[in-house]
Design a protein around this ligand. Structure first.
Ligand code: ATP
Ligand code: MG
Length: 655
């Protein structure tokens, strides 16, 4: 079967950067030339923007693929680079974190204060017996202590595994076990949707007696931040209050230099496709690409910008673009604890107005949910401080992209649509603001120093105008170094498919347009085969969302006797639209609509109108579950869903 993917949608709108933006942008086109002329030299230059206790002499060692080493003989301390370095440079008074809790409480934390806190916490961790290489699980809300915890673990050469605070005791347990964590850092609870959501009880449950499971408990202590003020149970020789030990600890701690390949963190992928994988990242290369991409893609000017990435630290985006990238660059950022719609649906826009946010980075799922609520909510706020918008996590449909620019960006801000993965560690494909003329819906070009291709099953380039499989053809500094404890799965998952060429297979489909720009088409596993045509989910979903009544959509291929597979669409209709139009006949109208927008081949066989779509906790649609429904099977593993009840509701609506 051919791996080519048919091209369906045509989007022709273009947005050139303004002269003013281009004149002040961090990036300029010469970066591409420098990187093309000497890729490794280019990355070495970027790495030298960091502070190295021992400078490296080797750049890339790829003698044992797929296990790469970057800057292997250099030594650095990641936390020193994010903290002490800025204080030493005279920026101690600059605010690192402008934090706001969901109830509206606020704290500004300067670089000097954050450095002090991290030094104290480092001493506490050492007292608790945490040594270089030990794993520490972090299960915290979005509070300054979460960032301090990641940095303190990094500072002493230990390895963190951040587990999203919304995950259950079970998920926490399996991640603690997989990593063999010695310490858990948590809070009593945190604020979510207007109430305190408990965290410590989930830790207690995760650590409760295993009933003779035979597995050795690795956790020795639980360090607890008081945040929610909810009642918690206490095990005296295991549990420790943060406020009893951190303020009292010594503020003297000198950052030790560690080799560049020292493990920095393990992070489990969001689990859209199956069992979560513990992705391992190391220090020097990761920090290099995190800082570089944050600087040039988010156009960070540390003296003047207020940057806000809305991701939770439980996701890779929160690691690279909340914790490490912006702090390595000495930026000032907003950190917000709560949900976007508490206590009112304009909460995020209120925060942007209040804190004068200039750079805003969020996910398409959030943008689509704001479109669903309507433009009058953001329009109540002054968003004129914004000068750059970013998107990450899924393909952003052109309609959502244009809405984002129009309504949030006053029809002027550049938008960077950034493609990357937990595994890539940092942004790989994106426009450079001020340089690239942007196209709604396209992630566009690999960043300087990154080489990608779109290929067929044999690894041959499909050429401009065609769709195929996205691969990364050369190792990159922030690439994953493996799957924790499972080198075979690492090879099989990412490298075996194109082992003769040495390509990294990302698992995503993509298309190159006539200019050679990249359009992401969704996961290869989700590509449909209808009468021999390979159709991507992203393009049909974009067409559906282009209909005035449709708020969100998900498309899957279901087996079909005549066509092999048939397109089955699940759509959420805007409530404002339903007030004025009958629901009868809407399914047929949408089938016809897709036929007109794209062509008869893409016309859905069935359109189901539903109230919700199954999403992971990071907001990604889990199409494999919808495929189960469409094919009348029992629904598969739903444990990584944000709301596990949603599938029974959908199944009922489909019947
Ligand atoms: P799992 O690998 O466990 O199934 P996941 O892939 O959802 O989980 P992440 O690493 O958070 O976990 O997500 C990376 C994926 O998100 C990419 O492979 C791609 O499918 C999608 N993605 C991220 N950014 C973009 C983007 N800008 N455009 C299109 N797709 C994107
Ligand atoms: Mg993935």
């Amino acid at each position: 079967m051919s791996s080519q993917i048919d091209h369906l949608l045509n989007e022709t709108r273009r947005f050139a950067p303004s002269a003013e933006f281009a004149a002040n942008a961090v990036a300029d086109a010469s970066l591409y030339q420098r990187a093309a002329a000497d890729r490794e030299g280019f990355w070495a230059d970027q790495a030298r923007e960091l502070h190295w206790h021992t400078p490296f002499t080797r750049v890339l060692d790829w003698s044992n693929p797929p296990f790469a080493e970057w800057f292997g003989d250099g030594e650095l301390n990641v936390a020193y680079n994010c903290l002490d370095r800025h204080v030493d440079a005279g920026h101690g008074d600059r605010i690192a974190l402008r934090w706001e809790g969901e109830p509206g409480d606020q704290r500004n934390v300067t670089y000097a204060e954050l450095t002090d806190e991290v030094k104290r916490l480092s001493n506490v961790l050492i007292d608790l017996g945490i040594e270089r290489g030990d794993r520490v699980a972090i299960y915290l809300p979005m509070i300054p202590e979460a960032i301090a915890s990641m940095l303190a673990v990094a500072r002493i050469g230990a390895v963190h595994s951040v587990v999203f605070g919304g995950f259950s005791a079970d998920s926490l347990r399996s991640r603690i076990d997989d990593a063999g964590a010695k310490l858990v850092i948590t809070a009593d609870g945190g604020w979510r949707k207007g109430k305190v959501s408990p965290l410590k009880p989930a830790v207690d449950q995760a650590l409760a007696d295993r009933n003779g499971s035979g597995i050795q408990e690795t956790v020795e202590h639980v360090l607890v931040v008081k945040r929610g003020e909810n009642d918690v149970e206490w095990i005296d020789d295991r549990d420790i209050w943060w406020h009893d030990v951190v303020p009292q600890a010594s503020g003297e701690h000198e950052a030790e230099a560690f080799p560049a390949e020292t493990p920095l963190f393990i992070l489990y992928t969001s689990g859209t496709t199956g069992k979560p994988k513990g992705i391992l990242h190391t220090s020097g290369g990761y920090l290099t690409q995190a800082a570089f991409t944050n600087r040039v893609v988010h156009d960070v000017h540390p003296e003047t910008d207020v940057y806000w990435c809305t991701a939770d630290i439980g996701w890779i985006t929160g690691h690279t673009y909340v914790a490490y990238g912006p702090l390595a660059n000495g930026a000032t950022q907003l950190l917000y604890e709560g949900t976007p719609d508490t206590p009112h649906p304009g909460r995020w826009w209120e925060l942007i107005e209040k804190h004068g946010v200039t750079i805003f980075y969020t996910a398409p799922t959030a943008i689509r949910s704001f479109m669903k609520i309507g433009r009058d909510v953001p329009q109540k706020f002054d968003l004129s401080s914004l000068r750059l918008l970013g998107s990450v996590g899924e393909p952003i449909n052109p309609e959502a992209w244009v809405w984002y620019r129009d309504i949030i960006g006053a029809d002027t801000t550049p938008i960077v649509d950034t493609w990357w993965q937990t595994e890539t560690g940092a942004i790989m494909i994106s426009a450079l603001p001020g340089v690239t003329e942007t196209k709604p819906g396209s992630a566009q070009v690999p960043i300087p120093g990154i080489s990608i291709a779109v290929v067929d099953d044999q690894g041959e380039p499909v050429g401009n105008g065609s769709g195929g499989l996205l691969v990364i053809t050369e190792p990159w500094p922030s690439m994953l170094r493996g799957i924790w404890g499972d080198p075979d799965r690492y090879r099989e998952t990412y490298w075996d498919k194109f082992s003769d060429k040495g390509y990294y297979f990302a698992g995503d489909g993509a298309r190159l347009d006539d200019d050679g720009d990249v359009w992401l088409l969704g996961r290869v596993d989700d590509v449909m085969n209808v009468s021999g045509h390979r159709l991507s989910t992203a393009e049909i979903e974009s067409a559906l969302v282009g209909h005035e009544g449709v708020a969100e959509s998900a498309v899957v291929g279901a087996s079909d006797e005549t066509t092999g597979q048939a397109v089955v669409a699940f759509v959420i209709i805007k409530s404002s639209y339903l007030k004025q139009h009958p629901v009868e006949g809407l399914g047929d109208e949408l089938r016809k609509w897709v036929g007109e927008q794209i062509g008869p081949i893409a016309r859905p066989r069935d359109v189901y109108i539903v109230g919700e779509l199954p999403k992971t906790r990071s907001g990604k649609i889990m199409r494999r579950l919808l495929r189960d429904v469409a094919e009348g099977r029992e629904v598969g593993d739903t444990t990584t869903l944000a709301d596990t009840a949603v599938m029974s509701v959908i199944s009922a609506q489909v019947k």
